[in-house]
Design a protein around this ligand. Structure first.
Ligand SMILES: [Zn+2]
Length: 238
């Protein structure tokens, strides 16, 4: 049975509803989502119809229709602005995160009347540092190119952490690379934009070693049967 995840932080806000769905679960019928391209692009819901007509990875909800993203191992990030009652959904893998999609979404929300301290940010299930191996040359390139001045915020370790909450085998090293913490990068980026640390929540659920049986995770890409996307959605209700 699929199990979706709800953020305690967002659940405390009475004016919205949200969920990080399990693989194969469908978002609400009226949900708006984009043609995702690992881009830094952010659009408003009013400019994003029909569904999947825009190439963008950040989507701001200005009305009451749910906005959604679909992910495999990338970060699904849901954002609530309690000042203007806007919401946002962001799809951020490593390339999208470094390209600035989360930063751009936070800044556009603030241009539209939010303030960093009015934002609550929930980072949903994604590949964790327990299972996300990156080649050292990739790290070196980030450090050299320093996209969006983010090189100083990346967190990685030469040692793979044991995940005590794993329900299946963790990823096995293949490149003698490093173990990269993508959720923590998102948190540090949001903090640099001024969002208070207490208003940023990481699910601590790794899609590789902690997801349900039918959920998508990196190792499924090694098999022909493929994987199913997970939808995450958020909507203003009041
Ligand atoms: Zn893991």
């Amino acid at each position: 049975m699929p199990q979706h995840y709800r953020s305690p932080l967002l659940s405390a806000l009475e004016w919205l509803d949200h969920a990080f769905l399990a693989a194969g679960e469908q978002p609400p019928q009226e949900s708006i989502y984009n043609h995702q391209r690992h881009s830094p692009n952010v659009v408003l819901d009013s400019d994003a119809l029909p569904v999947k007509s825009r190439e963008a990875d950040g989507l701001i909800g200005t009305g009451t229709r749910p906005v959604a993203v679909y992910t495999a191992d990338c970060l699904p990030i849901l954002i609530a602005d309690s000042r203007q009652r806007q919401v946002a959904a962001v799809h951020a893998g490593l390339n999208g995160a470094l390209g600035g999609v989360l930063i751009n979404t936070i800044r556009l929300l603030c241009e539209r009347g939010a303030t960093p301290d009015s934002l609550s940010i929930a980072v949903g299930p994604a590949i964790g540092p327990c299972c996300y191996e990156l080649g050292e040359e990739r790290i070196e390139r980030i450090q050299q190119e320093n996209p969006n001045d983010l090189a100083g915020l990346i967190v990685f370790s030469a040692q793979q952490q044991t995940n005590p909450n794993a329900v299946r085998a963790q990823a096995v090293a293949t490149t003698q690379g490093v173990w990269f913490d993508l959720p923590l990068l998102a948190k540090r980026m949001a903090m640099r934009e001024g969002v208070p640390e207490a208003q940023i929540e990481l699910s601590q659920i790794c899609t590789y070693c902690m997801a349900g049986e039918r959920d998508s995770y990196r190792r499924n890409t090694h098999f022909d049967h493929g994987y199913q996307q997970r939808f995450s959605w958020i909507a203003r209700t009041g």
